[in-house]
Design a protein around this ligand. Structure first.
Ligand SMILES: Nc1ncnc2c1ncn2[C@@H]1O[C@H](COP(=O)(O)OP(=O)(O)OP(=O)(O)O)[C@@H](O)[C@H]1O
Ligand SMILES: Nc1nc2c(ncn2[C@@H]2O[C@H](COP(=O)(O)O)[C@@H](O)[C@H]2O)c(=O)[nH]1
Length: 199
């Protein structure tokens, strides 16, 4: 049975609605989190995917407000100072953060909310919301992880090296999470996430 999110907030809850749930999906860059999320959202449009804020430059085809909210470092730092993030972290030279208000409102209105974020942010969420379900996605091997990041063809060589180096550290943290799923066969991994969310 999944735990109910113990949110403390000044926002009001609809008493007739069941409380929402918060789910954290993490794992190293290139493991397939985003691809899994897209399939999950297609199959379960009732899920709420939190669009993050980042200082990273948009990749070709990425749309502001859909993939991320792309902002400057100074604006991001201002939002941090204003307490606008539920969690935030610096990853591979850029800031990433989860907008606080939108996520809390969705959870309080009864939605199942998924955050697809890196390790430090996932740890912050687990500390703030012990009732959140946390899922760690593992690659079948580091060789395969490197092939996926390179095959994606969207990061500079420098960014790839940073992400792979960071991945070595991140996978060591997998045991901290409620559920570990190896994304080898895509459909199998997707079904394992669905089983965790909807059991
Ligand atoms: N099970 C799989 N088998 C083979 N390729 C996969 C699998 N899952 C995802 N991929 C591919 O791996 C690449 C990286 O996937 P994706 O961008 O979703 O990773 P990510 O974890 O979201 O990365 P980041 O954290 O950097 O955003 C993509 O080209 C995707 O199509
Ligand atoms: N802590 C957070 N991490 C986030 C957030 N949004 C995305 N991410 C993670 O950052 C890395 C890199 O993403 P990329 O799009 O540049 O490849 C990846 O692990 C994402 O899951 C966030 O709001 N907070």
């Amino acid at each position: 049975m999944m735990q109910v999110l113990p949110i403390q907030s000044s926002a009001t809850t609809n008493e007739n609605q069941s409380p929402g749930r918060l789910v954290v999906l993490t794992g190293p860059s290139g493991v397939g989190k985003g691809t899994l999320m897209r399939s999950l959202l297609q199959r379960h449009p009732e899920l709420y995917y939190s669009v993050s804020v980042t200082t990273r430059s948009p990749r070709p085809g990425e749309i502001n407000g859909k993939n991320y909210y792309f902002i400057s470092r100074s604006k991001f730092e201002q939002l941090v100072a204003q307490g606008e993030f539920l969690e935030w972290a610096e990853f591979a030279g850029n800031y990433y953060g989860t907008p606080r208000e939108a996520v809390l409102n969705q959870v309080l209105s009864g939605k199942l909310v998924i955050l697809e974020i890196e390790l430090e942010g996932a740890r912050q969420i687990r500390a703030s919301f012990p009732g959140a379900l946390s899922i760690f996605i593992l690659p079948p091997s580091f060789e395969e992880l490197e092939q996926r990041i390179r095959g994606r063809g969207q990061d500079s060589e420098e960014a790839i090296v940073r992400r792979l180096r960071r991945a070595q550290e991140e996978v060591k943290a997998a045991d901290e999470f409620d559920i570990k799923i190896v994304n080898d066969d895509f459909e199998t991994a997707l079904k394992a996430i669905e089983a965790a969310l909807f059991k």
